[in-house]
Design a protein around this ligand. Structure first.
Ligand code: ZN
Length: 438
């Protein structure tokens, strides 16, 4: 209740009027610039292009996720009834009981998996995957200047041995280093005066540092993080554009996560795991039943999670696709916006909007949908890899030539259609997340 009522209490930190004022001013600004709404203004430079496309995505996902979410909620309710006797699950009960249910259904946790994910081997797995897909190689080099001794530098070459990029990997926490994981380019790719200037690409993570007696062992979440950031890095490394401002990862916001989220898929494939997921003491390859458990548990509560993301996406669009300035309270406005996505009894002391910093303070206004949009693209893309083989050369070259190397040189929908022969559909994601049958 305390968390849900942040910036929505009767004190000087209440955000209701700020939220309303921001939405109003954004709407007026869009009108002055000739757009019907803030969402129309923002989406002009997005792959989705217009609000109707965003609503179509959210509606399609909700249609399939809601029935599954209701079954999941029932299961959690039953567990709670068994443990404590009948009483309705409130939003503040959910995390506790869902964690219990997860442990009951999947006897799997980080400690069981970590011995199979030694950092050096995982990096090698990412490199081998890139080599098998695109023919590129990574060679560790020691003669390149770097900003800290922990940073590892690699020379990246194409299949003909031609220099592609310098790749910097900065994996361990230290005092003063920011949390989280990200990819960045110290210098981009461009072609000028007949010269192809190659990029300097870096990924930064915060994995547990090895000790004298134990190597750095990653959780499965960290393995997918490494592959994710490596996917962004490949977008930079394989760039083959003309203008730096349209090269590499300089693409529309709702397109930039395709290469990164796509790479995560290989972490769930036995064919890929066999290349690198070996026990750090016994060298045993990760057992197939563990791989299956990883896959099964990945879809735990996917109905609930999808409904939640759709609710937040709708709320964002409601605030930014206004037809007139709202006159009702923030609570009422929100109730209308998320109608049909609520899975808990109402709690009138709380709102999402008053603390929805993504859209009111960060850069995600009329953009929250892009999390799901990127998942749709990534699943639709990986479906082709699954159909043809996850290391299929023709599919990999097709992806490289039409998407990975092209940056923002064409509208992403055009690039995507050249790659896939069609617009992306939600079907592959719905199957992948277990919301519909294949
Ligand atoms: Zn990312």
């Amino acid at each position: 209740m305390a968390f849900g009522s942040r910036a929505f209490q009767k004190d000087e930190n209440n955000n209701e009027s700020n939220v309303q004022e921001i939405a109003k001013i954004r709407h007026q600004k869009a009108n002055l610039l000739g757009y019907a709404s803030h969402a129309d203004l923002i989406l002009e430079e997005r792959m989705a292009e217009k609000p109707s496309k965003v609503y179509q995505l959210l509606d399609e996902l909700l249609e399939h996720a809601l029935p599954v979410a209701k079954i999941e909620m029932k299961e959690i309710q039953e567990l709670s009834d068994r443990m404590n006797g009948p009483s309705p699950i409130e939003r503040w009960d959910f995390s506790y009981y869902s964690e219990k249910l997860k442990n009951e259904k999947f006897a799997i946790n980080d400690e069981i998996l970590k011995p199979y994910f030694q950092l050096e081997k995982v990096i090698d797995g990412a490199f081998i995957t890139a080599e098998k897909l695109y023919g590129i190689t990574f060679e560790k080099v020691d003669d390149i200047q770097k900003y800290h001794e922990d940073v590892i530098t690699y020379a990246v070459k194409d299949k003909n041995g031609k220099h592609l990029s310098v790749f910097y990997a900065d994996f361990f926490p230290r005092a003063g280093k920011r949390d989280g994981a990200w990819m960045t380019s110290f210098s981009g790719q461009n072609k000028y005066d007949g010269l192809d200037t190659r990029p300097l690409v870096s990924i930064v993570c915060n994995f547990t540092k090895p000790t004298d007696t134990k190597p750095s062992l990653l959780t499965f979440g960290e393995v997918t993080t490494l592959f994710h950031e490596f996917g962004h890095a490949l977008h930079g490394i394989m760039a083959n554009g003309h203008y730096e401002s349209l090269s590499g990862t300089s693409v529309y916001w709702d397109f930039v996560e395709l290469p990164s989220q796509l790479m995560e898929n290989w972490c769930y494939e036995k064919e890929c795991l066999d290349l690198f997921a070996r026990h750090y003491e016994t060298d045993e390859i990760i057992p197939i039943d563990l791989v299956q458990k990883i896959k099964d548990s990945a879809n735990f509560l996917s109905g609930y999670q999808t409904v939640r993301q759709v609710g937040l996406g709708r709320l964002d669009m409601s605030w930014h696709n206004l037809t007139s300035i709202p006159t009702n309270s923030v609570y009422e406005f929100e109730e209308n916006a998320i109608n049909g996505t609520e899975l808990f009894p109402p709690a009138e002391e709380t709102t999402t909007s008053c603390a929805f910093s993504h859209i009111f303070q960060g850069g995600y206004s009329a953009g929250y949908y892009s999390y799901k949009w990127a998942e749709v693209l990534e699943a639709d893309t990986f479906e082709l890899f699954q159909e043809t083989g996850i290391y299929n050369q023709a599919t990999a070259s097709n992806f490289l030539e039409n998407i990975l190397s092209r940056g923002g040189s064409e509208h992403p929908m055009e690039l995507y259609k050249k790659f896939r022969g069609k617009e992306p559909s939600t079907k592959a994601l719905l199957i992948k997340t277990g919301l519909i049958e294949a």
